[in-house]
Design a binder for this molecule. Structure first.
Ligand code: HEM
Ligand code: NAG
Ligand code: NAG
Length: 323
């Protein structure tokens, strides 16, 4: 009796531990593909290299894809699914429509990786590696990417539209809360916003800031107004660099700009506007090592947001559709 009940306790323990191990708490790891696809890194890197040499902004676009994928139901490649006649994915959600880009580059990476190791590497992991490689190509920090995510079989337009990805009109409290909701601290949020040291934004998203806000440098506002008129609807898609100084370098100039009231988006300048994140912005504007190290920590944390692992999800053959 005693022996048999301690046997069942032991058995239960083994079952529970193996359930935890295989799915619920499965961990990502940097060596996930070391046996199954050691060539994944060179395959991703070579495609990112040629895309970024052709157009430096593409590095920014790939970094943003990873952010917008991870914030909506975790890093599961859901953002990459195309709409069909019977399915609407995340691509036309408000934060993404006419905004996120780089899908052709992801296709090219996936094709190369599939050639090297068919059916092994997820699209979600490709986004994680491509984001890292993009940062490195543009002169930013390097880090070991955690891997082992699997791809979703579906996507959620409503989740992508629900505000989990904050809009550029957000207040500081909203920014902090929305990152908090994804397990990221205010410090992570500020460090990750440093990704706006690369890439561009559309006039429609910074019009109010450059015409109506007062915490903005006068000559900077004027320069931006010349290609982004006050009239709603005119020049909406005109682009301006998020970092006025060095738009193609992953450096600390973004934070320096904020000290000079030259943040392009409302959500940029709000990080240095007399609130709780001012001192962190100051620190990053003076110390690139601290910025890099906090950015890497935060990218790894963002990459850990509720991945599909074990036997959940699938390894998509084509990043644009479920198998
Ligand atoms: C803190 C909250 C954030 C807000 C409100 C925000 C908002 C925006 C907006 C409005 C744009 C321009 C989109 C367009 O013009 O269509 C943009 C671009 C960009 N964002 Fe963010 N963002 C945030 C955080 C992040 C994070 C966490 C990352 C990555 C770690 C990121 C990376 C980028 C990049 C690289 C671009 C330029 C993309 C390109 O040129 O294609 N952003 N962001
Ligand atoms: C997305 O953008 C296209 C092209 O500008 C537009 O026609 C469409 O209505 C937009 N979709 C949504 C859901 O806003
Ligand atoms: C600026 O503020 C005014 C007054 O509140 C408003 O009418 C206008 O739409 C805002 N935006 C721009 C771009 O001027």
């Amino acid at each position: 009796m005693a022996a048999s009940s301690s046997f069942s306790v032991m058995y239960m323990f083994v079952v529970v531990v193996s359930i935890l191990g295989s799915s619920v708490f499965a961990q990502l790891s940097t060596n996930f593909y070391s046996k199954s696809c050691p060539k994944v890194f060179s395959a991703v890197e070579s495609v990112v290299e040629s895309a970024v040499s052709k157009e430096p902004r593409m590095g920014a676009s790939l970094v943003r894809l990873f952010f917008h994928d991870c914030f909506v139901n975790g890093c599961d490649g859901s953002l990459l699914l195309d709409d069909t006649s019977s399915f609407t994915g995340e691509k036309t959600a408000a934060p993404n429509n006419n905004s996120v880009r780089g899908f052709e580059v992801v296709d090219a990476i996936k094709a190369k990786v599939e050639k090297a190791c068919p059916g092994v590497v997820s699209c979600a992991d490709i986004l994680a590696i491509a984001a890292r490689d993009s940062v490195v190509k543009l002169g930013g920090p390097d880090w070991d990417v955690k891997l082992g995510r699997r791809d979703s079989k579906t996507a959620s337009l409503s989740a992508a539209n629900s505000g989990v990805i904050p809009p550029p009109t957000a207040t500081l409290t909203q920014l902090i809360n929305r990152f908090q909701a994804r397990g990221l601290s205010a410090k992570d949020m500020v460090a990750l916003s440093g990704a706006h040291t690369i890439g561009k934004a559309r006039c429609v998203l910074f019009r109010d800031r450059i015409h109506n806000e007062t915490n903005i440098d006068g000559s900077f506002a004027k320069a931006r107004q010349s290609s982004c008129p006050r009239t709603s609807g005119s020049g909406d898609n005109n682009l301006a660099p998020l970092d006025v100084k060095t738009p193609n370098s992953f450096d600390l100039k973004y934070f320096e700009n904020l000290l000079n009231k030259k943040g392009l988006l409302h959500s940029d300048q709000i990080l240095f506007n007399g609130g709780s994140t001012d001192s962190l912005v100051k620190t990053y504007s003076r110390n690139v090592k601290t910025f890099y190290s906090d950015f890497v920590t935060a990218m790894i944390k963002m990459g850990d947001i509720t991945p599909l692992t074990g036997s959940n999800g699938e390894i998509r053959k084509n990043c644009r559709r479920p198998n």
